[in-house]
Design a binder for this molecule. Sequence first.
Ligand SMILES: [Zn+2]
Length: 386
Amino acid sequence: MSSDRTNEKTRSYGNRWTALGLFGAVAVTVFLVALDFRAMWLDPPIYPGPGVTGQARLSDYFSGIDGTAADTDVYFLEGEEAGGTALVLGGTHPNEPASSLSAITLIESAVVARGRLIVIPRAVHSGFTATDPQEGYPQVYHIETPTGVREFRYGGRGTNPIHQWPDPVIYVNGSGQQLAGPEVRNLNRSYPGDPNGYLTERLAFAIVEMIRQEGIDLSIDLHEASPEYPVINAMVAHENAVDLAVEAALLLELEGIQIGVEPSPANLRGLSHREWGDATGTKAILIESANPAQGRLRGPTTEALIVEGVDRYYIRAAELGLLYVPFGKEGSPLDERVGRHLQTVSMLLEVFSSADPDRTIAVEHLPTLGEIRQNGLGAFLAPPEK
Ligand SMILES: [Zn+2]
């Protein structure tokens, strides 16, 4: 009897130690995972180049996002001579790396001789703090510069749910368009925004307010899409900017860059190329490049896929005629996509300026696609901090 009781006691102590051990293991795991999550909240540095003449926060235009994860940095590159103003918006979808990286390259290398360039590199700042579930994305990718390696964040498609939750079953945006629930966190479905709406709608409102308050003539929204998406290597233009986009596309073609032009559909509401133009009169254009890491046909989702853009399933899909862009052995490298974006931006500014010389926006030291091919994108980025 008594030995039974002793056994029971020993067993219960044993259970207690197992429970404590498990508790400790869980606590340590949670602590380590929390550190990893918290690391995503720190912004990798951007180094303003010689052309940057000022900086602001987006909340300066609408205090409704002040102190939230949606607030973000705005960079000004102003020439000595007066002229027009253009906006380049990067990072609307933080899982489209050429978008944010093109904007960062502008900030770090471009110099404006005439007019003004306003650049937002992380439009959906919150979206850079998490990747999308079930996609297997690395949290960061790296670009080599001549003096060291720079690290950049690969994010999710929309506002991090930790900052805006829960999603409705169906999202009806401010223009009455019905969308799937998670689109409530998609900036590019939320324009022209709502000062009293969801966080993402307030962010959209702040961007439209900035376009209005700064009197921006030409607004460019940089994106990427999967190679099997029909609107790819293309500009989508508001009707007020179709002529501008078509002329730029023709001139780009002469420089060996093929890019299509799609008119912004009048019934597709909530998107930048529609609502920016309608709400403010700015000439609104969205640009897409081909990102295989975003596509459904992709193989392993690795950092190499993000940066080098080579994927054998996409090569095969191209052979079968399933893609809307050429996709050979060389793939669709990030350098190349940034080069395309920058040369398209540069051409749009040129065509805009020649049509309206009083509103000229003249930008120098913007690398061309050819220069990026030759030297690598890293040559046009600031060196990493020592
Ligand atoms: Zn996009």
